[in-house]
Design a protein around this ligand. Structure first.
Ligand SMILES: N[C@@H](CCC(=O)N[C@@H](CS)C(=O)NCC(=O)O)C(=O)O
Length: 220
């Protein structure tokens, strides 16, 4: 049986969410760990925009957006009901949160992370812009333990890898911040079996020319 191929990069938050979607939907893929500076030709042929993750299905169709990879995987099998089926209003709210994460929070996060490359404003200014979303999540998480209620959903798995990145820019500041509920939620996800599994290290495709079966066999 031939599995889809996933081009991935361990530390990329978009690739993390794709791997979480694959793991939690108990799918199997052949994972190719890439080096961003030396993207494999076959990946660029399939997806010329040159970002990870990229999923290539056995029928050669290509899914090149991380959120679509999550949705594809969960539409095959969704034992935890992460897609919130039968709750269309909740689905819309989850979608809007993920959209804000990707299109508003992430650009500020990049500037906060690389403030020295954007000298027009200070690191603190960029952090404050990013905090608009952080404060929104904090007020949601003050009401329930996960973003869409007390059960995990696609919103949690799509978003927490980016909050983890935010937290690590200035860990001292983050740890001292008043975002108590968000910190608890982040800790829960970072310490989860699922996150441990998806952060396992694989030799790169560049060095080894090998793909590694990832997913079903290590499902939590
Ligand atoms: N919208 C894309 C964004 C993916 C993305 O930007 N990935 C980064 C790595 S975190 C990337 O591949 N950048 C290309 C590069 O650095 O060369 C998605 O959701 O999959």
């Amino acid at each position: 049986m031939s599995f889809p191929t996933l081009y991935s990069f361990r530390r990329c938050p978009y690739a993390m969410r794709a791997r979480l979607g694959i793991l939690l939907s108990e799918q199997s893929v052949n994972l190719r760990e890439i080096v961003l500076k030396h993207k494999p030709e076959a990946m660029l042929v399939a997806s010329p925009k040159g970002t990870v993750p990229v999923l290539i299905l056995p029928d050669a169709s290509v899914i090149e957006e991380s959120i679509e990879i999550m949705c594809w995987a969960l539409m095959q099998h969704d034992p935890l009901n992460l897609l919130l089926s039968e709750a269309p209003q909740q689905q819309e709210i989850a979608k809007a949160l993920i959209h804000t994460n990707d299109h508003s929070f992430k650009p500020w996060l990049d500037k906060y992370k690389y403030a020295d490359r954007h000298p027009e404003h200070s690191e603190q200014y960029y952090r404050q812009q990013a905090e608009v979303f952080i404060a929104q999540l904090e007020s949601i998480l003050a009401k329930h333990s996960q973003l869409m209620g007390d059960k995990v959903s696609i919103a949690d798995y799509a978003i927490f890898p980016f909050i983890r990145q935010f937290a690590s820019v200035d860990k001292f500041w983050f740890d001292a911040s008043h975002y108590t509920h968000l910190k608890k939620w982040l800790k829960f996800h970072i310490e989860s079996d699922a996150f441990t599994q998806i952060m396992k290290k694989y030799p790169t495709w560049l060095e080894s020319g090998k793909s590694f079966e990832f997913g079903k066999h290590i499902a939590v």
